[in-house]
Design a protein around this ligand. Structure first.
Ligand SMILES: *Cc1c(COP(=O)(O)O)cnc(C)c1O
Length: 419
């Protein structure tokens, strides 16, 4: 393509795309594995993974093959009919979680929407409808999604909010208990807060929430959209967080939202509900035209197959541990730049010290954004979270040598800000 230069691409957006996103000055044209190329041909190591979506990296041959093979048979039939890929994918997800059933949709916000409706249905006859969520949470950008999200910035300008959501501090069991009202029907949390800055739930919090929900007859819902799909080293983050914790093996939420890595870039979402409630949403109560198409499900099944065959859960755990310890060493060496390193597996957050005098860029912009820009210049993609946190959400098949190369780039950028 002749007109493939950055300015040309950006101009197309400026003229024609609704400007809801603050985009970086980068336009990409192709990728392979954990590398991606911009329109000028510059190569970047991708530690952002399209925001935890590209579970197998870019242009994985198995994904390409699944797309080609399935699209030769059936792309879409609607949910008026049965087809094998959706049934097989639901079976695979149930096996990875616990007895229950799965509903398919197209995004994370939609997966959560399904859980809100599930909770409303559950409490309807008793007049209970309220869902408690955490401060700093993120649950999507639909009207109910922004009401559920515990961050004011997503709500501003869109009031009045959809009723029935209240927020309490995360990892604070006493605050959750105190917030329960006669109208409360469910609690929704992320196992690891993503947009909020990579904060894992504590094992005590998860176990305590389960006891609390049982006591008060509430549903315990988990938003695994970002932290799920083996990112932490186990299929769902609670499985990783509760590993080796007494009583942890018996823990189960009542519903789980999934998306992002599930489709590896093919837009897909899903929610699982635990078996006692699996038929609560009966015929005619919920639906979507595209949810669980043969094409999407074939891709998701292929991704699961590759993750299992190549043992990518262990890879996420090991390469994640290598990255995390590298970042922790860096934080020890440069306490004036890195405040904190958090996360599990390949979901890591590096929190910067506030007011870094040497950090270049527009001072009115958050430090996270300016630091990410520094990394871009050095050939590494990462994702900002909030004002101070840099997120690493690479492909689950990131190789140790690629992790080391990315770490070097971060080290270089951090060293420049130190002293
Ligand atoms: C990304 C995200 C969502 C929203 O998913 P979309 O596909 O953008 O609708 C919801 N919850 C969490 C935890 C997320 O990270």
């Amino acid at each position: 393509m002749v007109h493939n230069q950055f300015e040309t691409v950006r101009e197309l957006f400026t003229q024609n795309v609704v400007p809801t996103y603050g985009r970086f000055d980068l336009a990409f044209s192709q990728g392979s594995g954990s590398h991606i190329f911009d329109v000028a041909g510059k190569r970047y190591l991708d530690f952002g993974g399209g925001i935890a979506v590209n579970s197998l990296g870019h242009a994985h041959p198995a994904v390409t093959e699944a797309l080609i093979e399935q699209s030769k048979k059936l792309v879409h039939v609607s949910n008026l009919y049965y087809h094998e890929p959706q049934g097989r994918l639901a079976e695979a997800l149930v096996k990875l979680i616990a007895p229950g059933k799965v509903f398919f949709c197209n995004s994370g916000a939609e997966a959560n929407e399904g859980l809100y409706k599930f909770a409303r249905k559950f409490g309807h006859d008793e007049g209970r409808f309220e869902i408690l969520t955490a401060l700093n949470s993120f649950h999507g950008r639909t009207l109910a999604g922004i009401a559920a999200t515990g961050q004011d910035k997503v709500k501003k300008g869109f009031e009045p909010m959809t009723p029935g959501f209240r927020h309490v501090p995360y990892n604070d069991l006493a605050a959750m208990r105190a917030a329960i009202s006669p109208a409360t029907v469910a609690i929704l949390i992320e196992g690891v807060q993503g947009e909020g800055g990579v904060t894992p739930a504590s094992p005590e919090y998860l176990l305590g929430l389960r006891v609390l929900c049982d006591e008060k007859k509430l549903l315990l819902l988990m938003d695994g959209v970002q932290c799920g799909h083996f990112r932490t080293g186990r299929f769902q983050s609670y499985q990783r967080i509760l590993e080796g914790v007494p009583g942890g093996e018996k823990f189960l939420p009542d519903g789980i939202a999934m998306a992002k890595s599930l489709g590896g870039g093919f837009p897909m979402g899903a929610f699982w509900v635990r078996s006692p409630y699996a038929d609560l949403l009966g015929a005619g109560t919920h639906g979507t035209t595209y949810g669980g198409t043969p094409l999407g499900c074939a891709v998701a099944l292929k991704i699961l197959e590759v993750i299992q065959r190549e043992n990518l859960a262990d890879n996420a755990r090991q390469v994640g541990e290598f990255l995390k310890s590298g970042l922790q060493q860096l934080a020890q060496k440069h306490p004036g730049v890195i405040h904190n390193v958090r996360g599990l597996g390949l979901m890591l957050g590096m929190e910067l010290v506030p007011d870094l005098a040497k950090l270049p860029g527009d001072q009115t912009k958050p430090q996270s954004l300016r630091f990410v820009n520094q990394l871009h210049a050095a050939g590494l993609l990462t994702i900002p979270a909030g004002m101070q946190v840099i997120r690493l959400l690479p492909a689950l098949n990131l190789r140790p040598d690629e992790a080391a190369a990315g770490l070097k780039i971060i080290e270089f950028a951090v060293a420049k800000l130190a002293g």
